[in-house]
Structure formats: structure tokens, C-alpha cells
Design a protein around this ligand. Structure first.
Ligand code: ADP
Length: 404
């Protein structure tokens, strides 16, 4: 079965055509700068042909049409017709409170995604545009929506409730939702499989550390708590996002810096803060480590603040889980930066977390690696995330009965 995975952003549309049973990827790419003088990147994974070209891409629908034309084209294509593709899986960031798992898309689901737009204005509006675009160009193809928030929907009220007047929750749905759920779900499932246990029998902390970062405390297979909140800006510091911060900072800065407005601050907290804000040079850990080699003290500080906060969350999550079996690192930083993993876990030996320094530095990117010492009470693993594959698997599970 072939599944087309679509991840629509406000001005972009990423796609991947793959077989979830064999995990073989046929083609992938990106329509970028939609409605801004578009760029189309395409990789035919069967022939390894790659190209990037300028395309008008006036709308998500035009982008989708171009993707489909390319996938079936005699020159660049990977299938003869879209009849070979059984379903489409859409990444949707926010499912709000009512959607707790991946669902087949119908009018009602579209209505819910639309209703939730205020909670994730850029993301959910874009996802809806991607869904509508697919409906226009492939009206009869079954479609599934896979939500970033869904895996966290098991959180109990005492972990998702903010200590605000309760009416803000009742009237405006202000609460912790959590994000990166597809990734936390994927890597925790794989890690449990690799150690030959059921995820339901384990307590796991997953650390998705990328440009955006979040941790999840997974108790017996269900999320108990997660570091991101109502929006992805909270939790640990990230590439460009603040992470947790005293909300009084907002009024203080606006009172004291008359160039700042709420809109500017919101942008700064999301795009100009995190390790970029502290270092003043980059959101990319590779650049920060290079700068540290040249004695840049703010790069050193940025990396230390990040590792300290991740460690703090691990400590907090160990306490609320009560017992811990497994820590999983994933995403760009978690998979590729042994120094971050070392700094995050240093000093936790007394809690049964013993990193093997050699295994940590020789962990192979793109593979599952166990990096704890033989006999460490808590196992530590690096597991590559693959959100597209997880979306394709969830889509496959929901549509396969339609084809039996
Ligand atoms: P996103 O959240 O956008 O999906 P990724 O998970 O791809 O991001 O993570 C991207 C980040 O991973 C980069 O900004 C960089 O900080 C980090 N990264 C990637 N490769 C390395 C590496 N070899 N060493 C250290 N950090 C890395």
C-alpha cells in the first residue's frame, strides 16, 4: 500500500510518498514560498534524481497539483497513476480537546480542525488548506488526519490544567496540550520494541530535542505530562523559542522598552529567543559548538542553559513517574549531539542513569543505539524520529479495511 504524507505549513507543503509496510520511500519534497514566488524541491528516491526549480505556486492547491503531476510524470515520476496511491495522511498540529487519535477525514473532522484554528492559527489553517487542496485534486482518495497533540490527550486534568482562573479553561480552552506527539509516540514504541518489552509495561521519558524541543513523561504507554504547553513556546529553551518564563516579563518589557509591542514580543519569544537569543549568533548547535571552540562565552552559556533545563525536566518527570525504565533521545540535537546528551545526563548516576561515554560518542546517526552502560538501571537510547512514517502507519491502519 502506498500512502502520500502531506505536511502543510502556512507557506509550504512537504510531501513524502511511501509504503508503510516496507518503509520504502518512493519520493519526497517540498513546495516552499507558496504565494511568495514558489520553489519546488523534489527527490525521486528510486533513481536518486533531485531537482529544485522556481514555480509560481499561487496556492496550496497549485502546489498539490504540481506534486501529483510530478509523482506520475514519465520523466520524474515514481508511479504510473495516482490509482497506485491508496490514501493520504495529513499532519495536523492541533486537535484541541475533542480529537484524541488519528481519524478519517470527513466534513465533521474538517469542521473541528477549523474550529480549533484560534489555538494554532498558522498551522491549523495551513493543514486545512492542504486537506482542501487534496480534495480538489483527488476527490475520492481516503484521507486521514494525524494530530501532533493526540498522543498527549491521555494527560490527566491535574497535569494539563494551568493555575489560572478556571473560566479561562472553560471559555477559551487555555490548558496544556503538548506537541511533537507523533514523534514521542514513534520513538517510545520503537525503543520498547528494541528492548523486547511492551510500552505498557514501561515508564519512559522521551526527549525530542531539535530546533523545537519537548519532553514527554510516558507512564505505562500513556503520556502523563509533557513540557510544551498550550502552544509550542513553553517547556525547555529551544533553537529560537524561550521555553518556560515568568509571564510578568511581558508587562515589564513593554513598560520599559517603548519599541516593543505585544506582537513584537510574541515574535521574539518564538523566533528570536532560545539558544539564538542567548548566544546572539545561531539557533544551530553545530554553530554554537564551533563558536565555543573559539572562546565564545555566550555560545557556552546558551548550550549550558539548554542542557540544564532539559536535565531539570528529566528530574521532574522522574519524580512524577515514580520509577523510570528508559530515556530516549531523538530529533536533530538529540540524535546528533553527544555533548548535549552527556551534559543532560551528567550527575544522574545516583538515580540509576549511567551513560556509557564511549557508546554515546560512537552512536551512529540514523540508527537505534543503546548508549547506557551495561547494567544501568535506566536504559538510555538514541532513536531516530520519523514522523512521516508514523503518519503513514496511522493512515494505513485506518484505511486498510477499506481495501480488504
Ligand atoms: P526541527 O525541529 O525543525 O524538525 P530538527 O529535529 O531537524 O529540527 O533539528 C535541527 C537541529 O538539530 C539543528 O538546528 C541543529 O541545532 C541540530 N543538529 C543537527 N545536526 C547536528 C549535529 N551534527 N550536531 C549538533 N546539532 C545538530
Amino acid at each position: 500500500m502506498l500512502i502520500l504524507v502531506v505536511n502543510a505549513g502556512s507557506s509550504s507543503l512537504k510531501f513524502q510518498l511511501l509504503n508503510p509496510e516496507t518503509e520504502k520511500v518512493y519520493a519526497r519534497g517540498l513546495c516552499d514560498r507558496i504565494n511568495l514566488g514558489g520553489i519546488f524541491k523534489y527527490i525521486n528516491c528510486l533513481t536518486e534524481e533531485e531537482f529544485t526549480k522556481n514555480e509560481p505556486l499561487a496556492s496550496h492547491q497549485e502546489a498539490m497539483e504540481l506534486v501529483l503531476q510530478t509523482l506520475v510524470s514519465p520523466e520524474h515520476g515514481v508511479v504510473e497513476s495516482m490509482d497506485e496511491v491508496q490514501a493520504i495522511g495529513h499532519r495536523v498540529v492541533h486537535g484541541g480537546e475533542s480529537i484524541r487519535k488519528a481519524v478519517l477525514i470527513d466534513e465533521e473532522v474538517e469542521e473541528v480542525i477549523k474550529r480549533i484554528i484560534p489555538l494554532a492559527p498558522l498551522h491549523n489553517a495551513a493543514a486545512l488548506a492542504g486537506i482542501k487542496a487534496c480534495e480538489e485534486v483527488m476527490p475520492d482518495k481516503p484521507m486521514v488526519a494525524v494530530f501532533d497533540t493526540a498522543f498527549h490527550s491521555s494527560m490527566p486534568d491535574y497535569t494539563y490544567t494551568y493555575a489560572l482562573p478556571y473560566e479561562f479553561y472553560e471559555e477559551y480552552h487555555v490548558r496544556r496540550y503538548g506537541f511533537h506527539g507523533t514523534s514521542h509516540d514513534h520513538v517510545s514504541t520503537l525503543a520498547a520494541e528494541v528492548i523486547g518489552k511492551k510500552r505498557e509495561d514501561l515508564n519512559i521519558i522521551t526527549c525530542h530535542l531539535g530546533n523545537g524541543s519537548s519532553l514527554a513523561a510516558i507512564k505505562h504507554g500513556e503520556v502523563l505530562d509533557t513540557s510544551m504547553g498550550m502552544t509550542p513556546v513553553s517547556g525547555v529553551p529551544m533553537g529560537t523559542r524561550t521555553g518556560d518564563m515568568d509571564p510578568a516579563v511581558v508587562k515589564y518589557l513593554i513598560d520599559n522598552n517603548h519599541d516593543l509591542t505585544l506582537e513584537k514580543l510574541d515574535k521574539l519569544f518564538n523566533k528570536g529567543s532560545g539558544v539564538l537569543g542567548i548566544s546572539g549568533i545561531s539557533s544551530d548547535f553545530r554553530d554554537l559548538y564551533d563558536a565555543i571552540e573559539f572562546g565564545n562565552d555566550r555560545a557556552r552559556l546558551a548550550v549550558e542553559v539548554f542542557a540544564y533545563q532539559v536535565k531539570k525536566y528529566i528530574g521532574a518527570f522522574m519524580a512524577v513517574l515514580g520509577d523510570l525504565d528508559l530515556i530516549v533521545f531523538t530529533a536533530g540535537v538529540g540524535e546528533n549531539a553527544p555533548r548535549v546528551r552527556r551534559d543532560v545526563l551528567s550527575g544522574l548516576e545516583k538515580f540509576g542513569i549511567e551513560l556509557d561515554p564511549q557508546k554515546n560518542v560512537s552512536s551512529v546517526p540514523g540508527q537505534i543505539n543503546e548508549i547506557s552502560k551495561e547494567g544501568s538501571k535506566v536504559k538510555v537510547m538514541v532513536v531516530p524520529t520519523n514522523e512521516e512514517l508514523e503518519i503513514a502507519l496511522k493512515t494505513y491502519n485506518l484505511v486498510k479495511s477499506l481495501y480488504e
